[in-house]
Design a protein around this ligand. Sequence first.
Ligand code: ADP
Ligand code: MG
Length: 557
Amino acid sequence: MPLIKVLPVQLRNKIAAGEVIERPASVVKELIENSIDAKSTEIGIEILNGGKGLIRVIDNGIGMDREDALLCVERHATSKVSTEKDLFNITTMGFRGEALSSIASVSRMRILTGIKGAESGTFVEVWGGDIREIKDYPVIGTIVEVRDLFYNTPARKKFMRSESTESIHIIEHVTFEALAYWEIGFRLTMDHREVMNLPPAGCPRERISQVYGAEFLEGLVEIISERDGLKMTSYVSRGENLRNRKSHQFIFINKRPVKDPSITHAIYQSYEGHQKDKHPIFFLYLSINPLEVDVNVHPTKREVRFSDKDRIYRFVRDNIRDFLIIRREEVRTIVGNAGAPVVPASTGDDPVIKEDKPFFVSEKGEFGFRPSIPFIYLGESFIAYSCREGLVLLDHHAAHERVLYEHFLRGENVDSFRLLFPRQVRLSAKEYRIILDNATILNEMGIEIDDFGYDTIIVRSLPVVLKKADIQALLSEIASAIIDGERPEKPLKESIAAKMACHKSVRGVEVLTNEEVQVLIHDLEKTTDPDHCPHGRPTRVFLSINDLRRMFGRPTR
Ligand code: ADP
Ligand code: MG
């Protein structure tokens, strides 16, 4: 008896759905991309219960006639490619003809669609892939409604996370598409509340500003270049505006949001020589001849393959690097005449000269609370002092992080101050939601916030040590830390405390005063792990007299 059988259509669709439709956000992505392909200029997205209740996407695009409205839910039904040749010259977001059939097979879906000038539009209802009802319906453009996602695939349904997590994924996908298609208006509501409202923008710059606020844009530079058919419009971190984690990193190839390790590497290479372990923000829009990009590599089309990867790598790296180098040299010339230690500016481009604290050897005995330890500064962040028959080398940034981290974690001794003028901080819709959802925990840690609406948070109080921190960057990093913190191996408070601690010393070089060094050494001793910063890097290294004897080839004692 043969063991092999050809699978029935419904089962094949469910298998395809497993690849394309992972969670409510994947449905949102596919429906938006269909609306984009249908030449819509306004797209509305309505969500109930994190997409588990309802996903509705409304567009003003070209719509479908009745025949197409019935065909579109069939597998491999597409208006976007018809010959093999088309496959290598894709200019639309979709082309595989499997999104609607996949969604239809794992949900209860309605399509209401009509074309301009037609007598009537069409209403089609499909449950688990079966057409239940077809009737006339007056509409121009298309509305797709998806209810009860995964109702007939319980295994997949189990993998859906909380409504709040699914909502965040949806906001993230809408943001991707909105950044890619800045000329289209996007409006997103969740449980009847408006989460995003982005009118059509004139350029990516305007869209980035709509999504993240004008202040965020100030930390970026615009680099536009064109060569041999390659065009790049990019908004990347100024050299001093690097972040502690990879957030706000976007690559769009011919307007398709993609992940591309090679291009990402090229961008990081441009920042070589800047602060280590830091991450640039980038929004990179690349236009390439579609014949040179293969988008048919991955079912969700988030990866692409280039016919000449190296050329693109060099184009991106050289253009961004040259731009940044020119700017660095400008800074160096100004500084060169001043002849004093340089502290990179915390904001803006002007270098700040710090005159009052050159490298120094401490003087003894100025403090009441404990005898002062003599120390010397090595470079910008190492402190050497002698202690118990040996030499200690301390990284003052790492040590400070450990001390602050424990302060924040315990929530005690966190001196907060009320801002005289509460700060309004504009965040992305996703960050805004995460921060508000966690207001209580932030409050416990000394950051008091309120909702201002429109993706804006009011910061009322802050821990004193964070007085000079870039609050927008801090809240944005805390939001990412909270997402990571959802993983059970890392308690939320710990991730947030670690972020807050390292934000104190994110930017620039800081030379501590004699007194500050004494307090730091003293406080570090009292922490639970004085030898490591919250990220696990060493805070101090001890060389005993015997270590030194060994280093100098003498017998140890
Ligand atoms: P693909 O986008 O890969 O072609 P889909 O399953 O997503 O496959 O959609 C199938 C077809 O349905 C599309 O090719 C398009 O012709 C039609 N379609 C889907 N959504 C819309 C829409 N919002 N407006 C007009 N036509 C649409
Ligand atoms: Mg599609």
